[in-house]
Every structure is written in C-alpha cells, then in structure tokens.
Design a protein around this ligand. Sequence first.
Ligand code: HEC
Length: 197
Amino acid sequence: MSEHPSTPPLQEEDILLDHNYDGIQEFDNPLPGWWKAIFLGTILFAVPYTWWYHFAEGNSIYDQYEADVAAQEAREAAQPQLETDAKGLLVLMQDDTHLARGKATFSTICLACHAADGGGVPGLGPNLCDDFWKNVKVIEDIPNIIRNGVPGTAMAPQVSLSPNQVADVAAYVASLRGTTPANPKEPEGEKIAPWGN
Ligand code: HEC
C-alpha cells in the first residue's frame, strides 16, 4: 500500500478550469454528444446548401423568381386576350369569374383610395358607385384610366396589372355603379348615361 493511495481518476464533470473570475469558476464539461452531432450536422449541411443555392446554376431565389415570372407570363400569353371595348366589358360584367378576379385586384390595390366597396375616400379617390364621373364618359374610358392614370392626380397608371387584369378590374368597377356603399363620398364630376349607351 503506497503512501499516496491512488485517487480515482477525476470524473469529467469535476475537472475545474484554472481561471477564476471574481470567484466564479468553471468545470471543463464536454458538450453532450447529441449537441456536437447537431452542430457538425449544420456545418455539413451548409456545404451542399451553399453550393446548391449560391453557386449551382438555376437554383438561387433570383433564378426561381425569374422562372416563376416567365411561367406566369407564358400562362398569361396563353390566355385569350380580353376585349376592353364597350361590348367586351359589358360581357365581362355578366361573368362571375371575371368579376371575382376584378374584385380581388380591386380589394388589393384600389381600395386604398376608392374604399373597399368603391364608395370613395375623402381627399383621395372618387366614389365609383354613383352616376357622377370626373373622367369617364363611356364604359371603355374605365380601362384607359386604369392603364394610363389621370395625370396630375393620385390616380397613377396601374403598371403592375396585366392587360387581362385591367379588363377584369374595369368590368368590376363598372359593376359597382348603382350599388350602395357604406360611406359614399359626395358626387364629383358629371352625371353620365348608363353603361353601353
Ligand atoms: C393612390 C390612390 C389611388 C389608387 C390606388 C387608385 N386610384 Fe383610382 N383614382 C384616384 C383619384 C385621386 C382619382 C380621381 C382623379 C381626378 O381627380 O380626376 C381616381 C380616379 C379613378 C377613376 C375615374 C373616376 C372618375 O370619376 O372619372 C377610375 C375608374 C379609377 N380611379 C379606378 C381605379 C382602379 C380600378 C384602381 C385600382 C386598380 C385605382 N383606381 C386605384 C386615386 C387612386
């Protein structure tokens, strides 16, 4: 039996690091295996991920965006072009699918200035539900105004809309005439004849 009985090897969690910060000391505990496995996993994952999305052709979000835009343009080009003359708009006004599409556009873009129900917003867009119009004399003026805006006013050209979206939202606007909005803005412009006359 030796004088210095061999002390059992220190448990890993009992190895004390030799620094001491204002009385605070640390054990040198290893990180758990599962933690290290996840950490290593993220590093390994990053290598193919970075290659695939940043260096390989055609996979970056920019490439995906361009592919999506090209696909959408091809879809639109494949659709028959809607007519925006008076006859075409009057036909669209009878078609629930087109009115629903027009309403979707209106509820995203136009409501900010014309109100969700088309009643108009004080200081912004006019009421689109009454018989008084500032720039519109006949129904086919509506798509022109949507495309070109009214220069010098807040009504800007709606350049983000495809030609068929313009047709659908124009038909929807025309269909608002005669409806009763919650807070109608006072009439502006001149009283015009019913659509199609
Ligand atoms: C930033 C505000 C704004 C947005 C957004 C807006 N408009 Fe307008 N719009 C106006 C204003 C202001 C006028 C009136 C211009 C004038 O004083 O002649 C107007 C006029 C119109 C007119 C003619 C009304 C008339 O009395 O002759 C139509 C039609 C119209 N907007 C449709 C739309 C549609 C459809 C959208 C959405 C695609 C839209 N507007 C989005 C502000 C806006």
